[in-house]
Design a protein around this ligand. Structure first.
Ligand SMILES: NC(=O)c1ccc[n+]([C@@H]2O[C@H](COP(=O)([O-])OP(=O)(O)OC[C@H]3O[C@@H](n4cnc5c(N)ncnc54)[C@H](OP(=O)(O)O)[C@@H]3O)[C@@H](O)[C@H]2O)c1
Length: 315
């Protein structure tokens, strides 16, 4: 592939949103010793991608420009460095790129072997690409932070996984997604756009042992009265207020706990999720699929914050 060009989408500075994305022709990267070169088939976008562009993690990410965003991909291995032992050309894979280096919005990308997992033929690329950030965050929240054990042989959203843990699952969503969330296994559904749903009280009157908190602008103080005696809120969206509440609850040895969660991706966890998908136990809910030439459409949807499931870009 040396010397050949590929289509990629990159940005050259912080900010700019959709208008900051530029379509370019650049050389196909060459894999280093422990890297594979993947021909990308599907890439999923996450809120982290536009937040990094916006500069919320500056100066750590991106470290340098131009920057090709997106980290969650599925595709086929087309080359490998001399130190790669697990994969060869022709293998179908799913991978999570280092967010410091990105690289997903392109036709080809290189990634370390240990960030790459085999993808069985039953698992479609657009389904697999939805797994890394969203799926691994759900898995970590359910198994590690909430301490639940998944049923079945070692196991995309928290509702599906919580049901695999045999939990009683109330879930919140907007009106248009109530049927969908029920179909994923939620036992009770609160519509957050109604006055009743906004109270966050369980329709059955139960107190919550665990809340996996993914929304913006809902303080711990609103959830605390809804918790059982030793209940905990696992917050994937921690801001300064969350960290203050966390410090207060920790110092005062509160029985009701606030647990900020930062997902740490691990290949073994991605393998678990891929196997669950192969067995038909979980699926990625897809909001929309976009060609790489129209990546801006997906980026705009992601920034809008009202996607129903994953936004997929297909090179
Ligand atoms: N800590 C970590 O490691 C980590 C990992 C992954 C994600 N995150 C963060 O978690 C957040 C959620 O990520 P995401 O990928 O799920 O984002 P997303 O796809 O943009 O979420 C959009 C969905 O959230 C729904 N929603 C918005 N406000 C809601 C509320 N108050 N109650 C119930 N549903 C609500 C929207 O419904 P409507 O369209 O009906 O409003 C829409 O369906 C983001 O801020 C992301 O950065 C953190």
């Amino acid at each position: 592939m040396a010397g050949k060009l590929m289509h990629a989408v990159q940005y050259e500075r912080y900010g700019g949103g959709v208008a900051g994305l530029k379509h370019v022709q650049i050389p196909i990267p060459s894999p280093k010793r422990d890297e594979v070169l993947i021909k990308l088939e599907a890439v999923s976008l996450n809120p982290a991608d536009w937040k990094i562009q916006k500069g919320l993690l500056r100066p750590f990410m991106p470290r340098k420009f131009p920057f090709i965003p997106a980290t969650d991909v599925a595709g086929e291995v087309v080359g490998a460095g001399p130190g790669v032992h697990k994969f060869k050309a022709g293998d179908k894979v799913v991978a999570f790129f280092n967010p410091f280096t990105g690289g997903g919005l392109a036709e080809y990308a290189v990634v370390s072997e240990n960030r790459t997992v085999a993808r069985p033929e039953e698992v479609q690329p657009h389904q697999a690409a939805g797994l890394p950030i969203a799926g691994l965050t759900a898995l970590m929240a359910i198994t590690q932070s909430a301490g639940l054990k998944l049923d079945g042989p070692d196991p995309n959203d928290p509702v599906q996984l919580a049901k695999l843990a045999n939990a009683h699952v109330p879930a919140t969503c907007g009106s248009r997604n109530i049927d969908l969330v029920r179909s994923l296994g939620a036992d009770e559904v609160l519509d957050y756009t109604t006055a009743e749903g906004a109270t966050l009280a369980s329709p059955s009157g139960r107190k919550y042992d665990v809340v996996i908190h993914c929304a913006n602008g809902i303080a711990f103080s609103r959830l605390e009265p809804r918790l059982s005696e030793n209940g905990r809120v696992i917050c994937v969206n921690a801001d300064a207020r969350t960290m203050w509440d966390y410090a207060v609850k920790t110092i005062t040895l509160s029985k009701k706990k606030l647990v900020p969660l930062v997902m740490i991706p691990k290949a073994e966890n991605l393998e678990t999720m891929v196997n669950l998908m192969k067995e038909g136990k979980i699926k990625t809910v897809i909001d929309s699929r976009h060609e790489l030439s129209k990546a801006e459409e997906g980026w705009a949807k992601c920034m809008d914050g009202h996607a129903t499931g994953k936004i997929i870009v297909e090179p």
